[in-house]
Design a protein around this ligand. Structure first.
Ligand code: ADP
Ligand code: ADP
Ligand code: ZN
Length: 219
């Protein structure tokens, strides 16, 4: 199974990808996570990407295509994957098509998690993550069961992203509409585009996604 989750920053792609990967034995491939790891390690790619990410702009196609090309060749990607945050431009979508074509892989579904801009600032400014295991939370919509303690690993340290502030959110939304939304017709033409209502509570979005995934597997 090979899935793509599309949708605006803060729309819930990462949250849902983590749930689906456990249920269907897939691996989540998040270019955002990979780039943040590169920034943290101080690698050459990280040095190039840091300022671009903090400004809410897109990192160059060349860099992210290279990262994904390496990543899908790793053995764990053989079991199937969920792309989260890639592709984000038409050039990336075309490059992905070539990479998968060479390996005889087809995308089963490209699912747009649709959330209006008006809800995104609250989603993003409330986002935080367990520093130990990476589990995602939200100040209002997804609090840990015990305040200050990660449900998944018991960790007590949390982080917030440098780019998750109200000013940068608008730039990221602009980039989404100008550069990423144009890839929706690309997948529509292939007949694999599906849409879920990303304004619903987290578990309801998961239910709809599973209906789509199971429909794709059966159909
Ligand atoms: P993305 O990966 O698309 O950028 P995330 O999955 O990180 O988005 O979600 C952004 C924030 O919104 C997180 O803090 C998450 O807990 C919260 N969130 C995700 N989905 C929902 C939802 N359906 N309703 C309310 N909050 C949500
Ligand atoms: P979000 O879903 O909240 O926008 P991501 O973690 O997917 O966050 O991405 C964070 C930042 O990393 C983006 O704003 C962008 O600078 C960079 N980035 C991630 N994926 C890509 C990509 N496919 N192409 C270009 N830049 C990317
Ligand atoms: Zn944790």
């Amino acid at each position: 199974m090979h899935l793509i989750l599309l949708g605006p920053p803060g729309g819930g792609k990462g949250t849902q990808a983590k749930k689906l990967q456990d249920d269907y034995g897939l691996v989540q491939l998040s270019t955002g996570d990979m780039l943040r790891a590169a920034v943290a390690s101080g690698s050459e790619i990280g040095l190039k990407a840091k300022a671009v990410m903090e400004a809410g702009k897109l990192v160059s196609d060349e860099i992210v295509i290279g990262i994904i090309d390496d990543r899908i060749q790793q053995p764990d990607a053989n079991k199937g994957f969920i792309l989260d945050g890639f592709p984000r431009t038409v050039a990336q979508a075309e490059a992905l098509d070539r990479m998968l074509g060479e390996r005889g892989i087809k995308i089963d579904a490209a699912i747009e998690v649709r959330v209006p801009d008006s809800m995104i600032v609250e989603r993003i400014t409330g986002r935080f993550t367990c520093a130990q295991c990476g589990a995602g939370y939200h100040d209002k919509f997804q609090r840990p069961k015990i305040d200050g303690k990660c449900d998944a690993c018991g960790g007590t340290e949390f982080t917030r992203r440098a780019d998750d502030n109200a000013e940068t959110v608008q730039k990221r939304l602009d980039a989404y509409h100008a550069q990423t939304a144009p890839i929706l017709p690309f997948y529509e033409k292939k007949g694999v585009l599906k849409v879920v209502d990303g304004t619903l509570p987290i578990d309801d979005v998961t239910k709809r996604l599973k209906q789509i995934v199971e429909g794709v597997t059966v159909g």
